[in-house]
Design a protein around this ligand. Structure first.
Ligand code: ATP
Ligand code: MG
Length: 414
């Protein structure tokens, strides 16, 4: 579980701002959901025989003896809330939410025990249109952040009936090669064979590569929907590749599934994953309601942005106001307030607690300021202000106080 420190928060803010802007531009509305849910909720939705439920959940009994779990993902809680508040029945909804998720995984680069997602969920819309909307939204988020080098993989798992037929052949195939199965997979063969296809064990690669494909079982409707999604992506100029072996780590998905992946993050290359879950609302006691959504893995997206360096970071300019003498100190707060009024976007730190001009300049430098503004006795007398560029080889200047906002607007990039 990471502390996120000031050197990193600008990247987080930029990612969160970009996502919020894009999802709101598509008419999605925010939900704020609890971090804790009844353990039962996750067992029923994610699936008893999944990595998450079997070994990754933070579960405890509260003082009443109820079993609660720190949410490992957001979809289950979102559907639970939607049913509980009557938001799903006979309605069309577009929701988003964000925040920390908790999984007791083996910590490594890109895999943490508290990580952060923004999730998008849509309800009440059958047909492939909503999947396309989600894929276009995600593509827009990458453009908005200036991230290239992400690629989209898509697959169709087919309907529940098709999945059942596929499952039967899959089990036969795996039984025939059971000596190649690892312990987890041997156990899952009877309970949840699909999970075997999502194994992260490299020793299982060859076995998985030879497994029967979903595509051989797709019914006409699924094939048509999948074709419609692919042609809409092509029309919109969003490149994709079909990955016939793509499955998701959670049980509730059907039909379309997808992942956005990068090769710039080592083994943990998936930054966004989603698809349809048409049976989930009913499974949780609601009326049958189509559903589709995706989750963005913010930690990994932030790392991508950081790897691109400062160049993608949009930040307002930063100034530090240094003060020499009592008169300047008294005047400074008023002066700073006026400057902030006139220059929205400027991040202005006022020196507090005195200090020599030399030590104030050190603080200015450490604050990351682009320029230091200096108010001393002489400046007070002449109604001027000193301007020192901290990152450029430029002469110190004096500017009339009345002119300073115009001057800064011209000299700094906002
Ligand atoms: P993976 O295959 O990487 O384990 P998953 O299938 O468990 O991912 P989802 O539950 O679909 O992932 O979560 C969606 C996204 O959330 C992932 O693509 C990833 O970007 C991010 N994510 C999932 N688990 C973690 C984690 N432990 N640490 C950081 N990010 C994570
Ligand atoms: Mg996982």
């Amino acid at each position: 579980m990471n502390d996120i420190l000031p050197a990193e928060t600008p990247y987080w803010q930029q990612v969160e701002d970009a996502v919020r802007e894009v999802v709101q531009a598509y008419g999605y509305e925010e939900l704020r959901l609890p971090l804790l849910e009844k353990t039962e909720l996750f067992k029923r939705t994610i699936g008893e025989v999944t990595d998450i439920v079997e070994k990754e959940m933070y579960t405890f009994d509260d003082r009443n003896g109820d079993s609660l779990t720190l949410r490992p993902e957001g979809t289950a809680g979102c559907v639970r809330a939607g049913i509980e508040h009557g938001l799903l029945y006979n309605q069309v909804q577009r929701f988003w939410y964000g925040g920390p998720m908790f999984r007791h995984e083996r910590p490594q680069q890109g895999r943490y025990r508290q990580f952060h997602q923004i999730g998008v969920e849509a309800f009440g819309m059958a047909g492939p249109g909503i999947d396309v909307e989600h894929l276009l939204m995600t593509a827009r988020i990458w453009r908005r952040l200036g991230l290239d080098g992400l690629s989209l993989q898509i697959n169709s798992l087919g309907s529940t009936t098709a999945r059942r037929a596929h499952r039967e052949r899959l089990v036969n195939y795996l039984r025939g090669r059971s000596d190649e199965l690892d312990d987890d997979s041997r156990r899952r063969l009877e309970t949840n064979p699909l999970r075997i296809l999502d194994s992260k064990n490299p020793a299982m690669r060859a076995l998985i590569d030879g497994a029967p494909l979903f595509s051989e079982y797709l019914e006409e409707q699924s094939l048509n929907d999948f074709a419609a999604i692919k042609s809409a992506l092509t029309d919109a100029g969003v490149a994709y590749s079909e990955n016939p072996r793509l499955v998701r780590g959670l049980d509730y998905y059907n039909e379309t599934v997808y992942e956005w992946v990068t090769d710039q993050l080592g083994a943990q290359g998936t930054v966004c994953a989603g698809g349809r879950y048409d049976g989930l609302v009913e499974q949780l006691g609601g009326k049958p309601t189509p559903g589709a959504g995706f989750a963005l893995g913010l930690d990994r997206i932030v790392t991508l942005l950081q790897q691109a360096g400062d160049s993608l970071l949009l930040r307002g300019p930063r100034a530090y106001l240094a003060l020499v003498g009592l008169q300047a100190e008294q005047y400074s707060l008023l002066f700073a307030e006026r400057l902030r009024n006139r220059l929205p976007g400027l991040r202005l730190t006022v020196n507090c607690g005195g200090g020599s001009i030399k030590s104030q300049m050190k603080r200015a430098d450490k604050s990351g300021a682009d320029i230091a503004l200096v108010l001393g006795d002489e400046e007070m007398q002449n109604k001027q202000i000193g301007v020192k560029f901290l990152r450029l080889d430029r002469q110190q200047e004096r500017v009339d106080q009345d002119e300073i906002d115009r001057y800064l607007k011209q000299e700094l990039t906002f």
